[in-house]
Structures are given as C-alpha cells and as structure tokens.
Design a protein around this ligand. Sequence first.
Ligand code: SAH
Length: 495
Amino acid sequence: MPGKVTLVGAGPGDPGLLTRKGLEALERADVVVYDRLVSPAILALMPEGAVKINVGKEASRHPVPQEQINQILLEQAQQGHNVVRLKGGDPFLFGRGGEELELLAEHRIPFEEVPGITSAIAAPAYGGIPVTHRDCCSSLHIVTGHQRAGKELAIDFEALVRTGGTLVFLMGVSALPTICAGLLDAGMAPDTPAAVVERGTTPAQRRVSASLAELPRAAEAAAVQSPAVIVVGDVCALADQFDWFDHLPLKGKRVVVTRPRERAGTLSARLRALGADVWEYPCIATVPITPCPAADGALERLSGYEWLALTSPAGVDAVWACLEGKGLDARALGGLKLAAIGPGTAKALAGHGLRADYIPEVYDAAHLGAGLPARGRVLILRAEEGSPALTEALKGRNIGYDDVACYRTVYENPRSDELRAAVESGAAGIVTFTSASTVKGFVASVGEDADFSRMVGACIGAQTAAEARKHGIPAAVAREATMDALVELITALRD
Ligand code: SAH
C-alpha cells in the first residue's frame, strides 16, 4: 500500500502562522521533507520519531535538485510512509509545489495540499503594510524577480505600471536595481512609496522604506539580503503608522527558554507573541521513575494519609503514570485532601478533574510546608532531591510526612559551545529559569567556569534565584511563581 504525501505550507517564519491543518499533518508524519526557508521553531514541531530529510540549500552548498526532491517524495510514499513536504510560505506560490505533485499524480500516489500563509502578504503585514487599501489601489500583483542564469528579467513592467495596483516582488533582492529601473522606465512616478521587508515575521525582521527611485540605494546601504519581499505602491506610505510588529515590547530581545521540552511551548509562544527572539534550549527533562516501589507502596496505603502534596505539573503527570500502572484513576485519591504548590500544579490537577484544597499564598516549597493546614500525615510525591524547605517546615510543625520520589530530573544537553559563546558575548540576553534544576542543567551545558556576567537569569522564585547567584548568574525574581509573573518580569527587564 502506498502512503500519502501532504504538501504543507509552513508560513513565512513566525511559527504561530502555521495553520492548524498543517500542524495536524505534521504531527501525523513519519517522514518530513523540508526546505531552507522553514523556520527552526517550526522544525522543532516535527514529531521526534519522524525521519527528517533536509532538501534546502545551505549557504555554500547546492540545493537538492528539484527532480531528486520529486523522486524522494515518490519513493518515501511508495514505501508506505505518511510524508509531509514542508515548504516556506504557501507551497503553490513560487514554491514549485505543482511540480512535486506531477510525479505523484503520474504514479497514483494519494496527495493533499495544505495552503500556507505566504510571505508575499505576511511580510508586508508584519512591516505595517496592508497590501491593499480602498483609498489607494484595487489590485495586488505578485511577481517573481528571479533571473534565470544569463537571461533578462521577463517582466512586463509597462503592464504592471498600468494596473495601478500594489506590486510585490519575491526573490528580487539581487534584481532590485533592475526592477526599480524597469518600473521607472515604464513611467511609474519616482516618488512612489516602496519598501523592502527582510526576513519578515521573524524576530530578525527589518523594513527599509524609501521612494521607488531611492529604494535600491537605501537597501544597499542597509545591506538587505534574501529572503526579502519588495513592495511598491501607495500602501507603503502607511508603514510607519501601522508598524505594530516592531513596537512589540520584547522586539529584538533574545530570550532563552530552558524549560523541559514538553512544557516549554506555552512560555515560548507567549514570549514570541510579545516579539521576543526565543531560543528553546531545554536543559532538563523529567522522567518518571519506573518501576517505582516507593510510590506504589504509598499509593497502596493512601488511607493512612490526610493530605497529598504535589509540587509541580511534572509531579502530577508522574502520579498519574503510577496510578495508571496500577489500573487506578482519580477515584483512588478520593479520600485525600490535595495541596498544590501553585496555580500551574493546581491546573494540572484540574486537568484530571480534581480541585486543589490548598495552594499557599507564596508559591514555593517553604510556604507550602509552613501553611499546609494538616492534622494528619502528609504524602509528598515529587522529584528526587526535592527542596528540603518543604520537609523542614513540616518537621518544624511536628507534622508527619512521607517524602516519596516518583520522577527524576535529568540534564538534557551535553556541553554546548554555541550556548556558551552566546552567554559570554551577551547574545543570550535573558535566560528563563523555572526551577533550581533548570539552573543546574543550564550551567552544566554552558560550563561551570563560564563568564555569566553578561546575561540575566529571569527566575520564577527566590530558591531558583539563589541557585543562579551561586553560579555567578545575575538574577531577577518574578513577583510570584507563575508564568504570568515571569513574562511580566521579562518584559520589565527588556532594557
Ligand atoms: N512559497 C513562498 C515563496 C518562495 S520563493 C511563499 O509563499 O512565501 C522565496 C522568496 O519568498 C524569497 O526570495 C523571498 O522573496 C520570499 N520570502 C520567503 N520568506 C520570506 C520572509 N520571511 N520574509 C521576506 N520574504 C520572504
């Protein structure tokens, strides 16, 4: 049985611009064949088990020839795989998507196409340029500026100028002077507003605006490079007024997110939505301890406890793994009161239909131990080497407890020279720490002897900050231990 090929438009760069249908296709893929223009944040969404084939060109190397890409798609599908062909922007707009489908159609391989958001519209949009506006134009023309080797640009400039519409040129950076001269020769006014938007919708986006006559010089002065779109038309005059993306609070800020991979998504997405240049660099991973006789034993003696205390969403996941392993579900916890260290953990419990009976006012281990209104015994199910502040506080109050480890933290990444260079040069900017273990994992990746003085650790709480300072990392602490407060802190740190 042959598999299937789904051509998916990945959008222009911002991972939020991948369509839902595109993401669903990606999540189901066994094989992903991808291009150079697909952004790293979208590549990070590829399923871990999928085979990833890069057919995009690197700066110095040649791309895989189109015929060979067509062949790869055919062969992978013939082997029965569910293949996603991931392409920048929209697959059918100067994306050679049609060519890729021809061979599949010939061999009767089933295929689908998921349109993507094209850079032709999105890059101007993120640069503050609406490609049409009732007051200035009634059409939009998308033109390739690609010159075949040794050939003239095959553009009918006179026809384009006659339309009076907005003109968008893709693949036009090297031909920019020729394009502008062609339009001027065809009679377009030299003071027509124009712009180039480079790496649109990404944190590195730049817009250069100038009149048609001045644009080649302005772009050269700014050393504009591909990928960039060229926009010509009166709508370009609106850019300064509508330039929303450049004014986002974290625009231009690099933020390194060290949370475990499975939990990084929401923090990263929120930071990106504020314009940050997010690097996901998971420094720790949490793995359930299996088999876990200590936790199993505790779960068999639940009637001996008044409270169950949980100190992280990962802890909630680990408890569920244990329960499921024993063929149990939430009802097994029915007789217990539940304590959560903070709203994140409470939310994880709510995901299983359970409401936390107690959340301390300050979301940390010390306050959980100090405030827990316990009369009977407390079962703590948490990570190996959890904070001693919790058990010390309970001890001090003469409350009996069992502290049972049900998952452990492992340090994910080997030493990274790239990360170290970014930290020492100041390029790493702000690094988020959501637990003391993320600090330890980060320091292990960068190297204990690195110079941390040019970065700032944005820490979720006092204990995390104390761990950061121990390694010489300048630390700032969130108002409270929540993702909201951490994002607020990062926004305040931006200057
Ligand atoms: N199918 C793609 C276009 C592929 S042609 C789409 O729909 O967007 C490649 C050209 O697209 C580049 O030369 C550049 O002109 C444009 N392009 C792609 N991504 C871009 C981006 N993020 N910002 C600006 N231009 C981009």
